[in-house]
Design a protein around this ligand. Structure first.
Ligand code: 5AD
Ligand code: SF4
Length: 444
């Protein structure tokens, strides 16, 4: 009988993509995947360390799993990903029911680790690598709808934004061989997928230098090659660091209709003083110039962002500058966070975490409220427009309705009519909320 693995994932898209690599490594080693904790011999939790609340959620989950372990003493728990890398052995000392930890560059060692754990030992594999990209591994698509999939194109980050733990948990930046990326995209296409999202912490610095002087492949080159596989395959990407967003990329996007009109461009703050303290390496005016360039090359492109409220020494004026920037750019979507001090980062060593929590919360709430208003206004201006939508599945609210996304990554919900998931259909927007566009399916 094969032993069963249950994988649970937290955090960013990269982590969900990693879980698919982990699933591939373990199924190749003879394990089976299962859908519930009850059937599992091993529960693997792929974790995020970016903010303290992400870690607290995982801690809570680990403690919750004690009940299942009391019912079945053979059940073993392993912590993978960024929290494993950050805390290493400490995690096993603090959480006694955890049998092993394994960092993001050590997943090939999971079969050994599991064998060790099966013999009653505990173990940690947390070495980071400068070369590991798992490029020869065909991910097992886990929670997929069979329509859209992630492809990891690079790993790590070396931007060292002052607040961010990622360079310490995911190591040096390295790009994956483009041939293996193209092969993965082609296989997905052949298996009926219609959308791929190329993933990296900073995709704009993707660069592959082949052996003996062959020309280098940069991110725009890679995007063009993936887009040219088939006009019916949509291509998305995340995340872009504003400092590296090139006109060349925007030109390649403009030249390919199937590269989606959506750019995630994390700004973090609208104040130059904050951006400098954060070590973001751009100013507000540089950022706005990039936004103008996007609008120039791609007038119908949506722009989304990440922002942090209450970073070290942030004043009311700095905060107001962020609100002003939001009003100027009018983001289609924003991920909004309170600053959370992360041990080991530059900020934790040199910059005070001096904004009281109630002020952080108040500022965050102001940003959320403003963004809510702007998103609703943006969505209202969509009423009457018609979009090509890739139909993804049944709406969560009603079985009679389907949902899909347009190129701008906005969700449209509409009466299902004769539409089928996995196909492209024209949908006219008739109404909206701040989060969703409601529409009617047009005849084929
Ligand atoms: N505190 C709050 N938010 C953070 N992010 C990264 N590190 C922190 C932190 N210490 C946010 C940034 C980043 C997103 C993935 O998470 O906005 O773009
Ligand atoms: Fe963190 Fe900055 Fe790297 Fe993004 S670019 S992962 S925020 S260090």
């Amino acid at each position: 009988m094969k032993e069963n693995i249950y994988i649970e994932s937290y955090g960013c898209q990269m982590n969900f993509a990693d879980s698919e690599v982990i699933a591939a490594i373990l199924t190749q080693a003879g394990y089976a995947l299962c859908d519930t904790v009850e059937e599992a011999d091993f529960v693997l939790i792929n974790t995020c360390a970016i903010r303290d609340n992400a870690e607290q959620r995982v801690r809570h989950r680990v403690r919750e799993l004690r009940a299942a372990q009391n019912r079945r003493h053979t059940l073993r728990i392993g912590i993978l990903g960024c929290m494993a890398e950050r805390l290493q052995h400490r995690l096993m000392e603090e959480e006694e029911n955890v049998s092993f930890v394994c960092g993001p560059d050590a997943y090939r060692r999971l079969p050994n680790l599991l064998a060790l754990v099966r013999q009653g030992q505990r173990g940690a594999e947390v070495e980071l690598s400068t070369v590991e990209t798992y490029d020869d591994i065909d991910p097992v698509r886990l929670s997929g709808n069979g329509i859209s999939a992630y492809i990891s194109i690079m790993r790590g980050c070396q931007n060292f934004c002052a607040y961010c733990v990622v360079p310490y948990t995911r190591g040096r930046e390295r790009s994956r061989n483009p041939e293996t990326i193209i092969r993965e995209a082609r296989t997905l296409l052949e298996n009926g997928y219609r959308e791929v999202t190329l993933l990296g912490q900073n995709v704009n610095s993707y660069r592959w230098q082949g052996p003996n002087g062959t020309t280098a492949v940069d991110f725009p080159d890679l995007m063009a090659r993936v887009a040219e596989l088939h006009p019916q395959l949509r291509v998305r990407f995340a995340t872009s660091h504003p400092k590296d967003l090139s006109d060349k990329l925007l030109q390649v996007m403009a030249a390919h209709d199937n590269i989606c009109r959506c750019i995630h461009l994390p700004v973090q703050s609208g104040s130059d003083r904050m951006l400098q303290l954060m070590n973001r390496k751009y100013s507000v005016s540089w950022y706005l110039d990039r936004v103008d360039a996007i609008r120039r090359y791609l007038p119908d492109c949506s722009i989304t962002t990440d922002v942090i409220a209450g970073f070290s020494t942030e004043t009311d004026d700095d905060h107001r500058a962020t609100l002003d920037l939001f009003r100027r750019v009018r983001y289609d979507y924003a991920y909004m966070f309170k600053y959370s001090l992360r041990e080991g980062t530059f900020a934790s060593r040199h910059l005070p975490d001096d904004i009281p929590d109630d002020i952080k919360t108040a500022r965050l709430n102001e940003i959320i409220a403003l963004q809510g208003e702007l998103a609703l206004e943006n969505n209202r201006s969509e009423i009457g427009r018609t979009y090509e939508v890739l139909v993804e599945g049944t709406s969560h609210r009603s079985k009679e309705r389907l949902f899909g996304r347009n190129s701008q990554n906005k969700v449209l919900v509409f009466d299902k009519g004769d539409a089928v998931p996995g196909t492209y259909r024209q949908v006219r927007v008739t109404d909206c909320t701040a989060a969703t566009l409601l529409g009617e399916l047009l005849p084929q």
